[in-house]
Design a protein around this ligand. Structure first.
Ligand code: FAD
Length: 465
């Protein structure tokens, strides 16, 4: 287990248990950090969890492609040293992101070159399975599975209990709590329970480009038609359809097709390859036509970019915090969700290291989360807001300015490895958006010429840096 060796006794100062609601990525990562601080950590999960990696009811998005940014996985490795190797031993594929995953935006293919961006790629069920196996080994962590959280109880300004009952029916009981961590994902009802207990409820902000995700798993051919490992055809202005192909465990490919608004993929198998062929480059469809499909098409519409304004809430209980999708949720086409879940959990540990659970703890935590999610929110919201299909607030000046500059970065990244590397580092959450404005990068972004011709059909060859 992660920092269990490094946990100092003085950090374990609480008598009551920390109770984590939900055993998705955010809940498991939160349990990892809480085990350094609390004598007992209870993780309450509604699903009965299988010993094998599988798509489950509480995480239906597990049927879809789940790219894990290099930065997000790195943050998890800090908490759980060796996690990446464990994932690879369990079958995950690893490769150089700048070489083996050609990316085509609406402005062309990014230049490819050897880098140190090691990407580890697995299905979401396998990632979660390896993480859960690791967390469950910790002596201070107990997993209560097949148990549904149904509400909260209050004593003065604090939450003093969580009510639970067996997921398939039975008697309700209450668990005493020191700290409650809401990690129940997009569907969390915690805000309503807080309101019922007389606490204030946060306002929310929604941006919805009406994205549809359609995914299918394939057996990877022995000799694929291309040398690279996967490819990513991004949606963009004038390009409402995109797709991604990634290798996952078990000699398989996972392919996801994406469409905005009326340009969406369907669940019909007959529509699948024609949709893939309608993308801006034929390479994804060509790969698929050489491979054997193993599953029907799974579809998801749960793709809204959304956040709760928890940082602005006055009078919230000091001992209840929200991590992962319960506080901020992204359109998955940007691949940020799991990484942000890890970052919010890691930040929870930092807050507990710094200040004990006392007056204003939750308020300070949510303010910090707001800051640390500012970049992914800017990228996600500014990009989403420029699509015709999007509903939500109007585009503001900073959204336009960000996207105008981002387009220049993408243009420059077609020919300039330094700019492309800076972009890939931001994409992989290893560097802040502001790094794209550093003099070395900005000079090349603003000084370069636009490619000025139709982007090529196939990715460029690998060049030296
Ligand atoms: C189609 C799609 C594709 C995606 N692709 C990517 C991607 O490529 N990369 C990426 O990083 N992210 C991706 N995401 C986002 C990613 O899935 C989430 O951001 C991430 O899973 C956040 O995890 P979480 O732990 O906050 O929530 P979840 O993973 O949703 O977990 C919530 C948990 O809470 C449990 N729960 C819910 N209610 C209760 C209750 N009442 N009692 C007890 N337990 C309860 C659920 O069973 C579940 O286990 C995608 C999302 C979607 C929808």
């Amino acid at each position: 287990m992660p920092r269990s060796g490094s946990a100092s006794t003085e950090t374990r100062q609480y008598e009551e248990p920390a109770v984590v609601l939900g055993a998705g990525i955010a809940g498991l990562a939160a349990a990892a950090v809480l085990a350094d601080h609390f004598p007992a950590v209870l993780v309450v999960e509604r699903d009965s969890l299988s010993d094998e990696p599988s798509v489950r009811r509480g995480v239906p998005q597990g049927a879809h492609l789940h790219g894990f940014t290099v930065g997000g996985r790195g943050a998890l490795e800090e908490m759980l040293p060796g996690f990446g190797e464990e994932l690879v031993r369990a079958g995950a594929q690893s490769f150089d992101f700048a070489v083996d995953l050609p990316i085509r935006s609406h402005l062309g293919w990014g230049i490819r070159f050897p880098s140190d961006l090691w990407f580890v790629c697995a299905s979401r069920p396998l990632t979660e399975h390896v993480l859960r196996r690791r967390i469950a080994q910790h002596p201070r962590v107990t997993m209560l599975t097949g148990v549904q959280v149904t509400g909260l109880t209050r004593e003065g300004p604090r939450v003093n209990g969580v009510t639970v009952r067996p997921a398939h029916g039975g008697r309700t009981s209450a668990l005493p709590v020191g700290l409650v961590v809401d990690a129940m994902g997009r569907g969390s009802r915690c805000a309503r329970w807080l309101e019922q207990a007389g606490f204030p409820s946060p306002t929310e902000e929604h941006i919805d480009p009406h994205t549809t995700y359609a995914t299918r798993v394939y057996r990877r051919p022995d000799v694929p038609p291309y040398s690279w490992q996967g490819c990513y055809l991004q949606v963009g202005p004038g390009q409402p359809r995109g797709g991604m192909l990634l290798p996952i465990e078990g000699g398989r490919w996972m392919a996801t097709l994406v469409g905005l608004g009326a340009r969406s993929p369907s669940k019909e198998e007959a529509d699948w390859l024609p949709f893939a062929r309608s993308l801006a480059s034929p390479v994804l469809a060509e790969n698929l036509s050489h491979a054997e499909p193993l599953t029907p098409v799974a579809v998801s519409h749960s793709t809204t970019t959304w956040r709760r304004h928890l940082h602005a809430l006055r009078g919230q209980p000091d001992n209840l915090v929200c991590v992962g999708d319960t506080s901020v949720c992204f359109n998955p086409i940007y691949g940020q969700g799991m990484s942000v879940a890890i970052f919010t959990a890691r930040y929870l540990g930092e807050c507990l290291d710094r200040t004990p659970l006392s007056t204003g703890f939750a308020h300070r935590f949510h303010r910090g989360v707001r800051s640390l999610t500012r970049d992914p929110w800017l990228i996600g919201s500014a990009a989403d807001l420029r699509y015709e299909s999007t509903t939500g607030p109007g585009r503001r000046l900073h959204h336009r300015a960000a996207m105008r500059y981002f387009d220049r970065v993408l243009e420059a990244g077609v020919r300039d490895p330094l700019v492309q590397l800076a972009f890939l580092r931001v994409f992989n959450m290893l560097a802040p958006v502001s790094s794209l404005l550093s003099p070395a990068v900005a000079r090349r972004v603003l000084g370069g010429r636009a490619p000025g011709r139709r982007p090529a059909d196939a990715p460029p060859p690998v060049t030296a840096r």
